[in-house]
Design a protein around this ligand. Sequence first.
Ligand code: GMT
Length: 377
Amino acid sequence: MKALKIGITCYPTVGGSGVVATELGKRLAEKGHEIHFITSSLPFRLERAYANIHFHEVEVNQYQIFRYPPYDLTLASKMAEVTEMYGLDLLHVHYAVPHAVSAALAKDMSGGNVKVMTTLHGTDITVLAHDPSLQNIIRYGINRSDKVTAVSRFLVNQTRDQLDIARRMEAIYNFVPPNISVPANAHAIRQRYGIKDEEDVIVHMSNFRPVKRVEDVVRAFRYIRQAKPSKLLLIGDGQERHSIEKLVEAEGLQDDALFLGNQSSIYELLSLADVMLLLSEKESFGLTALEAMAVGVPVIGTNIGGLPEVVRDGETGMICPVYDYKAAAEAALELLNDKAMHRRMAHAAKARAFSQFNSDTIVTKYENLYAEMLELP
Ligand code: GMT
């Protein structure tokens, strides 16, 4: 297809939507498109320089007259400025609030030719759309977009029902690269973390928000460790970290639950694990589950949101009732105690990650939607 000029706006800090938006920008750049990130800071996964990736920082001035700095308006102005200066074909924004609304404004400001695609990631619908003061503006952002996608079928349905949206929305799943390399010396790395040969490794990775229910992960781990020698690797950081550290101490697990904080070599760390626990109460997709599956780690997940679309119950892991950490622990133990089942699920997890969530296929789906939106031949 012809090379496009694409503006991308996302939350650039640690989080699945920022990861997906940045990885999408990188893949599109590799396919020859010109990418313009219009964000409040450099997206954290943009580690190396690409000649056809530009970064435009949205800087909000703190004038005294403003009680609240108007980020949304400054973003709209910057989007309009970049659209005009570089002749953008489209703005692809991640999250309805405020990004879709700012993009609608930018489109009006820059003459109305630029197209707007909005990708919904979850929190804007599963949390913010419950707030009556935001419902109308979220609906407006969605309805003013030329195309709308969501990261799971669950999220498409939830958006339709919750906001009474009649327009067409497409589910386009999140993705992982097809060429992930994991270290051959996993055993040596496990030793570096003090993991003994006979120990199983359970991993959890998230931003430690309350919806991630990290306390259930710790409680499930307590059961697992009573039955088997094991270690828990906790990757990530966030508002709940301190209370989780306290819980780990109260449960006497401090020698076996390792807090690794935010990490960049996530595939290397995930590949050390035997099973992932993702016991969230809200999850429109569950990118970390997919990242674990991609390196052959089966996932124990909860029966909420889009997670069952990623983790196939009994095939690539197991799905348990939300809040039932005992059931999660029992599922993990069943898997860890049955080597043949573990091998089968690890293999199926990896195969599913690459067949259903391969970046090559998913990025092409976005390109096809861009072409449709721009009415390209
Ligand atoms: O889950 C979070 O707290 C972060 C949030 C985000 O904005 O990155 O994640 C959402 O988007 C991810 C990427 O599409 C999804 O994998 C997560 O499931 C989704 N989180 C929720 O729905 C709670």
